[in-house]
Design a protein around this ligand. Structure first.
Ligand code: SF4
Ligand code: SF4
Length: 216
């Protein structure tokens, strides 16, 4: 086995990774215990800093975000990750996960870090824009209301599409597809799940409506 002192990369590792400013064991615990990490625990703890995740990451190509750094900082329990806005550049394409030779998942790590940022309040501006969309899910069983997009799409796609959309419900009825929105019973089921999992409290906190909302 090669002596660590003779390994030219050991020095790089010592210099680059040794100085973690603040450690937060809760960060490592939350990642390891997150159900989405069930298949990636070993990979998380055995990241070799190869950088393959960063080389294939579309977000890293155009921003300061680095999946390789995120993997290392998360494993270090580096608390600065919980104040780092660059994790919000990830958009969950899962390229990092599919290419990682250790089967780590920076995509999931980002989800946990983002969740912790939302809980602390720091991440709320990043999710506040989705509050109405989420509430639509609660109210009508689906997030996006397609009708809101129709005018813009119609402008881009022209009169043939607009004519089709004007008769959409008739076409759907003819095909036996029913309304665009889920039936009332299905919406009620969605609402039951949302209520049981504290959706309303979280939504209020994200909107800044809850007094002294620290954790959500
Ligand atoms: S591809 Fe996997 S092993 Fe390589 S740096 Fe990224 S997370 Fe670590
Ligand atoms: S899931 Fe996120 S971190 Fe991974 S490659 Fe895609 S954008 Fe990059």
């Amino acid at each position: 086995m090669t002596d660590r002192k003779e390994n030219p990369y050991a020095q790089v590792a010592d210099d680059t990774f040794a100085a973690t400013p603040r450690r937060d064991p809760e960060l490592v615990r939350r990642i390891l215990e997150d159900p989405r990490m069930y298949d990636h625990k070993d990979g998380f703890q055995s990241c070799i800093q190869c950088g393959i995740c960063t080389s294939g990451c579309p977000a890293a190509r155009f921003t300061d975000f680095s999946p390789r750094e995120t993997a290392r900082r998360a494993l270090d329990g580096d608390a600065t990750l919980l104040e780092d806005d660059t994790v919000w550049y990830c958009y969950y394409c899962y390229t990092c996960q599919s290419r990682c030779p250790r089967h780590n998942s920076v995509a999931v790590i980002n989800q946990v870090v983002r969740g912790m940022q939302v809980e602390s309040g720091r991440g709320r501006p990043h999710v506040a824009m989705f509050a109405d969309w989420c509430n639509n899910f609660y109210e009508q069983g689906m997030g996006g209301d397609p009708h809101l997009m129709f005018p813009a799409i119609g402008e881009a796609w022209g009169p043939k599409w607009r004519d089709h959309m004007d008769h959409l419900l008739e076409v759907r009825a003819e095909l036996g597809l029913g309304d665009l929105f889920p039936p009332e019973a299905a919406v009620r089921e969605v609402q039951t799940i949302f209520e049981a999992t504290g959706f309303k409290t979280r939504l209020a906190a994200v909107r800044g409506e809850a007094a002294g909302a620290g954790g959500i």
